[in-house]
Ligand binder design. Sequence first.
Ligand SMILES: NCCC[C@H](NC(=O)CCC(=O)O)C(=O)O
Ligand SMILES: NC(=O)OP(=O)(O)O
Length: 314
Amino acid sequence: MMHFTNFENKEIADQLIQKALFYKADPRKDLSKGLGKRVGCIFLNPSLRTRASTQIAAQNLGMESIVLNMDKEGWALEMQDGAVMNKGTVEHIKDAAAVLGTYFDVLAIRAFPSLSNKQEDTEDFVFNQFVKYSGKPVISLESAIRHPLQSLADMITIQENQIAGKSPKIVLTWAPHIKAIPHAVANSFAEWAIGCGHDLTIAHPEGYELDVEFTKGAKIEYDQKTALEGADFVYVKNWSGFNEYGKILSTDDSWMLTEKHFEFANNAKVMHCLPVRRNVELSDEILDGPRSLIQQQAANRIYAAQAVLSKIIE
Ligand SMILES: NCCC[C@H](NC(=O)CCC(=O)O)C(=O)O
Ligand SMILES: NC(=O)OP(=O)(O)O
């Protein structure tokens, strides 16, 4: 495996899940595996979990990690080939990524979408500029269209909580938000859940259809109540319009999950990648109650990153 950017196949996903569970049982089992290796974690956007868990994962493997908050501390990067750089940008991605490639054995990049330039976002243009010019294995720390380390942690969490012998019903439901939010977490969750062979229903108001590249194989349901019936796992996430790109199309607060939504899914567990807008996307009673898997998901981010780093440095 050269890069870790998307779901490849079920066999690799299962291997990564097993490896992550192996590290969860004994985090320092491979403490010398990464000795002498260095990962550069490049952030073009904010992060709590991804920033900390990736560094802890590297440390558990004996690797060094260096974090660069390029959005705040780096030079303003030019992304366009052939640009005449006589305005705000200071350094071309060609030069910056090539330098990073000489400093690090592995690069890990967070590059959110603009939510205004659909074509560039859909091509994952900024993220792929790092891949193109660094010449090193690249791990996605959430790109414009995917968040695979989150999805791997989510698949681990589902495996830990599913009832043996029962194929779980998984629902990804849209929830309200005050801002236009990226599609990456929802896209990736759908890609991984479907790829891992799960039964996935995606519920959202009409107009919030995600890119079908990620959702083919899932049932689409416009009525949240119908979607939630008999659910075992409910993944809550806001995203902005994809067809009407980057737009907020609904603020209907009846989509905010509360305990009363679980009348016909009493045993359902609730998942969210965090950060969550409490009492906008999800109620306090759910987040602080026995259905919530949010802390387990966040904990599993360490072992997901450790499994991926371990495989990449092999
Ligand atoms: N890395 C996890 C989620 C990151 C991002 N959330 C946000 O931007 C939340 C911003 C806010 O709530 O103001 C998203 O949903 O893709
Ligand atoms: N879930 C997640 O990726 O969190 P951060 O944005 O805080 O890294």
